[in-house]
Design a protein around this ligand. Structure first.
Ligand SMILES: *Cc1c(COP(=O)(O)O)cnc(C)c1O
Length: 390
């Protein structure tokens, strides 16, 4: 057989696939694994969403190819949701695009704007798809380090001006995976200024905007004056409504950017099963009380877990949003070694910070997507394994 393309060879091994192999091996050895490795909600999709799918699946109208840009009724539901949640007006006809999950749109946007050799800006650590998509388009990734002294927000002043001038895309992500950092309006205003000065298209990933704590609701990039002129916001039903398996998300904002992304998509995919879009409409119309119940469960887990980790002597801050705990590894232990120790001594799966980029070294990411009792069990095992205090 002929060799695979360089773009496949040059790809870093997909982090979660690697962790999955380690996990499978431990399971084969008969260990009771606590999986804090993958950010996938453990709670079921709310019943009204499932019922909407069941009903829509019986309608033959939905059995044919969907429209490329998504049903207008779904895009209207997205616009209504943005109005309700962020007080932002969107034109559902051209300022909303349906995606097969936000990962799909994030992975494809570089094909719309990056020519071979072009630069996309993104953070280290960061969600791996920004780099993979850029690589597939033949582009180059410029990594902006995230530092604790900057509250894990990228410092745009750090970017050399010649790179800023030639860059085409900037990926940002708040609430952040993996650091759990949340951007405020002042940060987003600096992003709009930066994008205007350098004519950069901003791609803001807001997958976790509804997973927050203490009633502190994260802001949308679209709330900033001028945001719609410089960029788009990716969003997902996955994390908000426990719908990771359903594959539906959307992008909103600048109509020219969305049209270009839509053009890529119409040549590669054929949209989202309309019955799933009907279920998406039901999700976006749910009363916020449903989400409050989910948030309350995450908050209980967060409080128990963070308190236990701090008591053991770990250096960690409680996340203000997202279901990630971004914790410093003990002194002189690399993130990969610490992840291996957690697995071998405590049968806990975690993700080494370095897997999200070089600047993630010194940290490990753990998720709150297991029941509180399992987090308590994890704390117990960590204590017994004496994984702290080095
Ligand atoms: C989970 C995740 C996504 C992708 O979600 P979809 O299921 O594809 O909608 C996008 N960005 C970040 C940062 C994520 O963690």
């Amino acid at each position: 057989m002929k060799k695979v393309a360089d773009r496949i060879k040059n790809l870093p091994p997909y982090l979660f696939a690697q962790i999955d192999r380690m996990k499978q091996e431990a399971i084969r050895q008969g260990k009771d694994i606590i999986n804090l490795g993958v950010g996938d909600p453990d709670m079921p999709t709310p019943a009204p969403i499932i019922h909407a799918l069941q009903k829509a699946a019986e309608n033959p109208m939905h059995h044919q190819y969907p429209s490329y840009e998504g049903m207008l009724s779904f895009r209207r539901a997205v616009a209504d949701w943005y109005q309700r949640r962020f007080q932002i007006g969107l034109d559902p006809e051209c300022e909303v695009l349906t995606l097969i999950g936000s990962k799909e749109g994030i992975g494809h946007i570089p094909l719309a704007f990056i020519d071979p050799g072009d630069v996309a800006l993104m953070t280290s650590p960061g969600y791996p798809v920004y780099h993979a998509g850029t690589l597939f388009a033949g582009g180059k990734s410029y990594l902006i380090p995230l530092r604790p002294e900057n509250h894990f927000l990228p410092d745009l002043q750090d970017i050399p001006s010649d790179i800023a001038k030639c860059a085409k895309l900037l990926f940002i992500n708040s609430p952040n995976n993996p650091t759990a950092a949340v951007a405020n309006k002042a940060f987003f205003e600096r992003v709009v200024d930066f994008a205007r000065q350098n004519e950069i298209i901003v791609c803001h990933d807001a997958a976790y905007s509804e997973v927050y704590y203490d009633g502190q609701r994260p802001v949308s990039f679209m709330e900033i004056d001028g945001a719609k002129e410089v960029g788009i916001e990716f969003h997902s039903l996955s994390k908000t409504y426990n719908m990771t398996g359903w594959r539906i998300g959307f992008a909103v904002g600048n109509r020219e950017v969305l049209a270009a992304l839509g053009k890529v998509k119409s040549n590669l995919d054929s949209g989202v099963f309309q019955a799933v879009q009907e279920a998406g409409i039901a999700a976006l119309r749910l009363d916020d009380a449903v989400l409050s119940v989910i948030r309350k469960i995450y908050q209980e887990r967060r409080d128990v877990f963070i308190q236990g980790l701090i008591k053991m002597g770990f250096v960690v801050s409680p996340p203000a949003a997202s279901f990630y705990v971004w914790m410093q590894t003990p002194k002189n232990i690399s993130s990969s070694n610490f992840t291996t120790l957690l697995l071998s001594r405590a049968a806990i799966v975690s993700t080494p910070g370095i897997g999200f980029g070089d600047s993630g070294e010194g940290y490990v990411r753990m998720t709150l997507t297991v029941p509180k009792e399992r987090l308590e069990e994890a704390l117990d095992r960590m204590e017994k394994a004496e994984l702290y205090g080095w």
